[in-house]
Design a protein around this ligand. Structure first.
Ligand SMILES: C[S@@+](CC[C@H](N)C(=O)[O-])C[C@H]1O[C@@H](n2cnc3c(N)ncnc32)[C@H](O)[C@@H]1O
Length: 278
């Protein structure tokens, strides 16, 4: 049988009700290969990582490039500057050594990976470097990986303060006692209305329910500056930030993380920012 005679037979099969069954071996092998890859990564993580929640990882190189374009859009700056800021924190040896020391000294050191992988927090860093906020408020400190990254950006800017809020009295152990960050212990909904000053950058990363996120956004609405940027660490899971953005007349964008060499599918950064004229 030559190739010309085979073609019509294959075409007929592809159109028939048996097509799916005929393709089963190749479909199965694709699914098995992908699941085996994920199982391998998961086993490696179970053996090597200490983390039990709030997972950390690097981003795929192309995903990092997408992050730079996201940061440039949100801060209305040049993508080269965004790339530079992301590389700056990724290669900041002093920062990474300080984090390692703080992780070793932390009362929860057995549950913290010693090499800090910042993932989407590199975007938070770059936004602070480019937008140069004077008051940054983060809800949800946890160990303080995000807070330490934000504080490092403020330190390099030479101005600005971070207020970070958590219900857990042990939160913020990675912060290294920097005077650029104040950790306030309490429920974000109780603390936010009592904060002084205009908020230039707000990051929701506390209780990840739609209602709590919306309540935090309502609590800061009268306290944010006109050019402020509002970020959510929960926009992969709820529509709270886009709904709020539409209500207050802001743009909304979402950056989706692609973790490198990790079983977790990734979160992202939701951003609400002013439309502006430039
Ligand atoms: C996802 S973690 C924060 C991660 C952190 N921003 C980072 O970059 O690694 C969420 C934190 O929110 C805190 N939390 C939960 N409910 C809260 C509330 N109502 N007010 C303030 N913090 C809360 C938890 O104790 C937890 O430490």
């Amino acid at each position: 049988m030559n190739g010309k005679e085979q073609e019509p037979w294959r075409h007929r099969l592809a159109r028939s009700r048996w097509a799916r069954a005929a393709a089963l071996p190749s479909r199965s092998s694709t699914v098995v290969r992908e699941n085996a890859r994920l199982a391998g990564i998961s086993m490696k993580w179970l053996v090597q990582s200490r983390e039990h929640t709030n997972f950390t990882y690097d981003l795929e190189p192309l995903n990092r490039e997408h992050l730079a374009w996201f940061v440039a859009s949100v801060t209305k700056t040049d993508v080269e500057a965004a790339r530079y800021a992301i590389t700056e924190i990724a290669n900041d040896r002093r920062f990474h050594e300080d984090l390692r020391r703080a992780a070793l000294a932390s009362p929860r050191s057995g549950l913290i990976d010693l090499s800090a992988r910042l993932g989407r927090r590199m975007g938070w860093y770059a936004i602070v470097r480019l937008a140069r906020p004077q008051l940054v408020v983060e809800t949800g400190t946890d160990k303080g990986l995000g807070s330490a990254t934000l504080a490092r950006a403020l330190q390099r800017n030479g101005s600005g303060q971070l207020v970070t809020i958590d219900t857990n009295p042990a939160a913020g152990s990675l912060l290294n006692g920097t005077d650029l960050a104040q950790v306030i212990i309490g429920n974000s909904l109780d603390i936010l209305p009592s904060l002084q000053g205009e908020i230039d950058l707000f990051i929701h990363d506390s209780l990840h329910t739609r209602d709590h996120e919306l309540a935090e956004l309502a609590a800061i609405e009268g306290a944010i500056s006109a050019d402020s940027i509002v970020l959510s660490d929960n926009s992969h899971a709820t529509d709270a930030l886009p709904v709020w953005s539409q209500k207050v007349g802001r743009h909304f964008l979402f950056f989706a993380e692609k973790p490198s060499d990790h079983w977790y599918r990734g979160g992202g950064i939701g951003a609400a920012f002013s439309v502006g004229t430039d």
